[in-house]
Write a protein that binds this ligand. Structure first.
Ligand code: ZN
Length: 150
């Protein structure tokens, strides 16, 4: 990975944003990546199709923490549809199937060469996708990278 990418990722990993439970969360999604040992639980408070508040708890490697931190920063205040579209771009971009969104999230493209790290980078985003598809008050089953198709 390039030094710039490493710096952005390490910075987020050291000081993850939106860490902690969300008061009045409307959806909660636990997610795990057994290959690495990453475990995060994502919470959203969605109102009128917009993500009012987002937060996560749990522990993971630097890539997982940084990626989840960036994700929460990126989707906070966004409409659910917009957040879903961003998920798709990151999902494809990290795997080299499309272009990464611009900005700091593009740092995650550094994991493309490392399939095991791709799982770390996508864990928080997979939890987001699950959360966006859930109804208010629902608690999702655990999202795991082991059942991911691609
Ligand atoms: Zn990991």
């Amino acid at each position: 990975m390039s030094e710039l990418y490493q710096e952005i990722i390490l910075d987020h990993a050291k000081r993850p944003l939106n860490r902690g439970p969300v008061e009045g969360a409307t959806v909660t999604v636990p997610a795990e990546n057994p290959a690495c040992g990453d475990e995060v639980t994502l919470q959203l408070r969605v109102a009128e199709g917009r993500i009012e508040e987002v937060g996560f708890t749990g522990q993971g490697c630097a890539i997982c923490m940084a990626s989840t931190s960036m994700m929460t920063k990126a989707v906070k205040g966004k409409g659910c549809e917009e957040a879903g579209a961003l998920y798709q771009r990151v999902h494809d971009g990290v795997q080299g199937k499309g272009e990464m969104p611009k900005g700091e999230i593009s740092a995650l493209a550094g994991v493309r060469e490392f399939p095991q790290r791709v799982k770390c980078a996508l864990l928080g985003w997979e939890a987001l996708r699950e959360a966006l598809g859930m109804r208010r008050g629902e608690k999702g089953g655990t999202v795991t990278t082991e059942s991911a198709q691609d």
